[in-house]
Design a protein around this ligand. Structure first.
Ligand code: FES
Ligand code: FES
Length: 153
């Protein structure tokens, strides 16, 4: 089945099984390897992308869910002005260790800074509650988003 959507601001069409997971479509058909698979059950946030501007876990969505919609991945978001600002904040606060969870945290952080952006620790914790990191104590990640809120205002 042909499925058309916007991917990182470009219109794309692919011939694909409509039930193929969106995560696999991104990784296998578009070679966008930023979104990762960890739990595969919508729990850890490693596969987070934006669908029509909102964070979703792409491991529990299918290709058909993207039809006619806008999908943004870490690769596209990181090229935007705000994405670059957030990337720099993660870098400066040494928030990344193994990096496996990073694309998911980055996408959720971007959504928070873009749609709210208040430098409020509790709100940031809530915004990132769908993302799990097995390496860090989360504090540096929260620090980086606090810094991004400060700099983006
Ligand atoms: S791999 Fe999708 S939420 Fe964990
Ligand atoms: S940095 Fe390793 S899982 Fe988060």
């Amino acid at each position: 089945m042909k499925i058309s959507f916007t991917l990182n601001k470009e219109k794309v069409t692919i011939d694909v099984d409509p039930m193929k997971r969106l995560l696999d479509v991104l990784r296998e058909d578009f070679n966008l390897l930023g979104a990762k698979e960890s739990c595969g059950e919508g729990e850890c946030g490693a596969c987070t992308v934006l669908l029509n501007g909102k964070p979703v876990t792409s491991c529990i969505l299918n290709a058909i869910h993207a039809e006619g919609k806008e999908v943004e991945t870490v690769e596209g978001i990181s090229k935007t002005k705000l994405g670059k600002l957030i990337m720099d904040c993660f870098d400066e606060t040494n928030a990344v260790q193994c990096g496996f969870c990073f694309p998911g945290f980055f996408v959720s952080s971007y959504y928070y800074v873009k749609t709210d952006g208040e430098k409020d620790l509790m709100k940031i914790k809530r915004a990132l509650s769908g993302n799990i990191c097995r390496c860090t104590g989360y504090e540096k990640i929260f620090d980086s988003v606090m810094l991004a809120c400060e700099r983006s205002n």
